[in-house]
Design a protein around this ligand. Sequence first.
Ligand SMILES: Nc1nc2c([nH]c(=O)n2[C@H]2C[C@H](O)[C@@H](COP(=O)(O)OP(=O)(O)OP(=O)(O)O)O2)c(=O)[nH]1
Ligand SMILES: [Mg+2]
Length: 120
Amino acid sequence: MRDKQILLALRSAKQHQGGKWEFPGGKVEPSESVQQALLRELHEEIGINVTASCALMQLEYHYPEKTVQLDVWLVSEFTGEPQGREGQPLRWVSVAELGDITFPDANQPIVQRIVQQFGV
Ligand SMILES: Nc1nc2c([nH]c(=O)n2[C@H]2C[C@H](O)[C@@H](COP(=O)(O)OP(=O)(O)OP(=O)(O)O)O2)c(=O)[nH]1
Ligand SMILES: [Mg+2]
């Protein structure tokens, strides 16, 4: 989050839940902590260095083809200007705009929580 706006990235058509907007991130490797994965994934995917973050929520969601455990963090400070380093389009949206975005189905409670905490 920067200036009350939230950064989204478009998942590529060939990824799981492709063509939908995501909160940038990715899978935790066996050798690392969730916090380490957060820093690594945001550096790899959007080229930023996270300098302040806090846990927002955890959830599990059963897609027909796989189950995901999402550990969601709010990044409030970072250095670098975000860029889609894997070719993915990025966009900044206000909290009010979140309701109009097509997210993976698992994200519904995350959007609710952001609106609760940061909406007007
Ligand atoms: N990053 C992210 N993943 C999400 C969101 N919502 C959601 O259901 N997911 C799911 C989609 C994927 O099944 C999984 C994330 O795994 P991923 O495949 O993107 O992981 P990754 O970035 O490490 O990608 P890869 O290197 O394995 O290709 O979580 C979201 O908002 N952000
Ligand atoms: Mg990813």
